[in-house]
Design a protein around this ligand. Structure first.
Ligand code: SF4
Ligand code: SF4
Length: 87
């Protein structure tokens, strides 16, 4: 299973990765179904990409897009802020 690496400095906070991830898990679009969060600090103007890996949060953990041809969040990120690295 690949590990998803993040480049916060590239992220445009478009949330396409969140939608792609929820589609992978649930064939529906929504933040609750995704294993990825985009956290914006409005005051500082910074963005943090958070990959959830602990199912105890009540959210789905990243499964590396098992059964997909490629990690959908990586495929759909338009700016290369996500990278799948094989372990
Ligand atoms: S690799 Fe798949 S399951 Fe993991 S965060 Fe990306 S879209 Fe979600
Ligand atoms: S798709 Fe890429 S640019 Fe858009 S929110 Fe996700 S990581 Fe950031």
């Amino acid at each position: 299973m690949p590990t998803i690496e993040t480049r916060n400095d590239r992220c445009a906070a478009c949330n396409l990765c969140v939608l792609a991830c929820s589609f992978h898990h649930e064939k529906a679009f929504g933040r609750r179904g995704a294993s990825i969060d985009i956290v914006k600090n409005e005051r500082e103007g910074e963005v943090e990409i958070v990959i959830l890996d602990d199912p105890q949060t009540g959210r789905r953990a990243c499964d590396g897009c098992v059964n997909e041809e490629a990690a959908l969040c990586v495929t759909w990120c338009p700016v290369g802020a996500l990278l799948a690295r094989e372990n």
